[in-house]
Design a protein around this ligand. Structure first.
Ligand code: ADP
Length: 465
């Protein structure tokens, strides 16, 4: 268990480290692509503006110029008539609003840029924003209407400044910085920013290969880990089963061996040797235990033979009901004498091709388990019927039952649900493995339905031909 947890923790940690490294790399790539995108589009924009100017003789602000010219002539006159401070401030605010509105709404640069990008096969969808830096009205002298705090320093639009309106467009590109428009009565300075709405999509497309490969590598490592882990656990399970089997087998072999040893010692005793009846009894005991030993050894040999070769069935056509009755009768007079057994058959005289010896083993194993795994007076119901070209044999008991997890494994070789508790119910974990092998060799199968504490139902299906 400890081993298993360590492997799990190690595996999951390595995968998490791998994921973090991949995320780190991808974010790096993403950042780089982001910057490249900004640089690329900045250069495209500059090129576009240059070409628009050259080919169309406009910078896209012709309408703006016209409107501002007309407006500022009136505005400056109005401003000169005002002396009240508050009125003056309100009026300046109105003028700034108008300038900002006109420069944002009436410019054609955005449309021209969009068309230019489209003609070059670039992303044409972008949002724009014009940030006004400075507005001045001029007649005889200059009236400052608005001036952005850092404007007077006239810094060139460096990177930091380019990103300054972070709150508005966090990833916007400054296309025109410090653009100056001048008329007879005004001077306007502004920055023109664009922000591509499909930028994330474009970058995602560009990084998709890297993203795909890293996801694939994570998936592959994950799958490989799962497979290795499963194999490791399966190996461990098998090795545990083998250890249990060796323990059980040693225990099974020791019992008849020690009886034989004791019986041998008994025969050496002078008082026994003079008693013919005692000698005969001891000899019979030795004989019985030797047969048991022989059976155990044969069973071992048989399993290893099954591993190497297919079952060699010696089939003959038999009346199934007759065979069932024979096996159950001899079981009743043997190991099953403590159980109350009922039989109910509806085989309709079915004749089946069976290897009688193996079939007897199959049924005996089910019946002896029904008695063995019982904590009260065993009650066994045997039912048999035919349905859809199949023959069904059900063996139900009122025993200890089997939980869901064990039900998945009880037909495996050496598997014992009561692993660890080998002395309470003796066994080697082979009985049901035999049952399944024999049923399959006859073209059939076996299944279990059980509830702990309520009992179990084993159903054997055989083809009825
Ligand atoms: P063994 O009896 O030697 O352990 P089996 O292959 O016959 O081996 O059975 C495998 C396991 O299935 C048993 O260890 C037991 O826990 C469980 N089992 C089998 N038959 C029954 C039954 N009728 N009722 C409850 N548990 C059973």
């Amino acid at each position: 268990m400890k081993n298993r947890n360590t492997v799990l923790i190690l595996g999951i940690t390595s995968i998490l480290i791998l994921i973090s490294v991949q995320v780190f790399i991808i974010t790096g790539v993403w950042k780089q692509k982001n910057e490249l995108f900004a640089i690329r589009y900045f250069f495209f924009s500059q090129e576009a503006i240059y070409n628009i100017r050259r080919e169309m003789s406009t910078d896209g602000f012709d309408t703006v110029r016209l409107l501002l010219d007309q407006y500022s002539e009136q505005a400056v006159k109005r401003l000169r008539t005002l002396s009240d401070k508050k009125e003056l401030a309100d009026s300046k605010k109105d003028i700034l609003d108008y300038f900002t509105k006109v420069v944002n709404q009436e410019q054609d640069l955005s449309e021209l840029l969009s068309k230019y990008f489209e003609s070059r096969g670039l992303d044409k969808n972008f949002k724009y924003k014009i940030i006004v830096n400075n507005v001045e009205l001029i007649d005889n002298d200059t009236i400052i209407i608005y001036q952005k705090e850092d404007f007077s320093t006239h810094k060139p639009p460096d990177r930091a400044r380019r990103n300054s309106p972070m709150d508005i467009y966090s990833s916007s590109i400054l296309v025109r910085g410090g653009t100056q428009l001048e008329g007879n009565n005004y001077r306007l300075n502004f920055d023109y920013f664009i922000d591509f709405s499909d930028k994330q999509k474009v970058i995602l497309k560009e990084t998709s290969a890297a993203l795909g490969w890293s996801t694939l590598s994570i998936l592959l490592v994950g799958i490989m880990f799962m497979i290795t882990y499963k194999n490791l656990m399966e190996e461990k399970r098998l090795s545990n089963l083998k250890t249990d089997f060796i323990n059980n087998m040693t225990h099974e072999l020791k019992t008849p061996l020690s009886t034989i040893t004791v019986a041998g010692k008994t025969l050496e005793m002078p008082q026994i040797r003079s008693d013919d009846a005692k000698i005969l009894e001891t000899a019979k005991l030795i004989g019985k235990q030797s047969i048991h030993l022989n059976q155990l050894i044969n069973m071992m040999l048989e399993i290893s033979m099954w591993e190497r070769t297919q079952f060699q069935l010696d089939k003959r056509t038999v009346d199934i009901e007759e065979i069932m009755n024979d096996v159950v009768d001899s079981f009743k007079s043997g190991g099953g004498n403590s159980a109350s057994i009922s039989q109910k058959y509806d085989f309709r005289g079915a004749k089946v091709d069976l290897d009688v010896v193996y079939f007897t083993t199959l049924l005996n194993n089910l019946l002896s388990n029904a008695v063995k795994y019982s904590d009260k007076q065993p009650v066994i119901d045997i039912e048999g019927f035919t349905q859809d070209n199949n023959l069904y044999i059900k063996v139900s008991d009122n025993g200890i039952g089997i939980n869901k997890i064990d039900q998945k494994h009880i037909f495996d070789k050496f598997y014992r649900a009561s692993t660890g508790n080998i002395h309470k119910f003796k066994g080697l974990g082979l009985g049901l493995y035999y049952v399944k092998k024999i049923a399959e060799a006859h073209g059939g199968d076996v299944s279990v339905n059980s509830k702990p504490g309520k009992g179990s139902i084993f159903t054997v299906t055989l083809p009825n031909n």
